[in-house]
Design a protein around this ligand. Structure first.
Ligand SMILES: [Zn+2]
Length: 183
């Protein structure tokens, strides 16, 4: 993750400085001039398992490998609830309207310093992808395969609630998937 180099408050170069916190002495990036602290807290990310016509819609981001399909995700915006945020993201990215929003769970994604808030949504309308997404696929529930990362664990937990024991990509399949080679 990119670390800030300058204080956003007074523009002084940041330094690793030890200070006494509630949990004891701790070294963090801090401003030597005004004491601003880079807490580096994880960012909340919203994710949706989109149920559409009894199937699950997975989409491929333009920046991803050719065969990688996953949940709809996005950042929360100021002034909205998580439920409003995920409904907005699904609408922006697929044009679909959401009639039901159910929390699946909360998952860590430490590699990206994010925490994922995952919902199952029931969506209606005609699919029309935003430029951010290049393709989508509809899956029957038993055909879904989960991936070993935050949103994949969310999908697995949701499949269990529907009576399907989740099947995960094997390590080799997952590597191929990430490289865009999986069929
Ligand atoms: Zn400062």
């Amino acid at each position: 993750m990119n670390q800030p180099r300058f204080c956003p408050s007074c523009a002084t170069p940041l330094a690793h400085i030890e200070a006494l916190e509630d949990g004891g002495p701790k070294s963090r990036l801090r401003c030597p001039s005004c004491d601003w602290t880079h807490w580096n807290n994880p960012t909340p990310v919203l994710a949706a398992i989109v149920e559409y016509g009894g199937q699950v819609l997975l989409a491929r981001n333009a920046a991803w490998p050719a065969k990688m399909f996953a949940l709809i995700t996005g950042f929360m915006e100021a002034g909205e609830t998580p439920q409003e945020g995920i409904s907005r993201e699904v609408k922006e990215e697929t044009s679909l309207d959401v009639s039901e929003v159910n929390l699946v769970g909360v998952y860590d994604f430490q590699r990206m310093n994010q925490v994922i808030i995952a919902y199952h949504v029931v969506a209606h309308g005609e699919v029309s992808l935003s430029p951010e997404l290049v393709d989508y696929r509809l899956y029957d529930l038993p055909d879904l395969k989960c991936w070993p990362a935050g949103t994949g664990y969310a999908l697995a937990d949701w499949l269990r609630t529907r009576g399907h024991e989740p099947i995960f990509f094997t390590a080799a399949e997952n590597e191929e998937r990430r490289r865009g080679l999986a069929s």
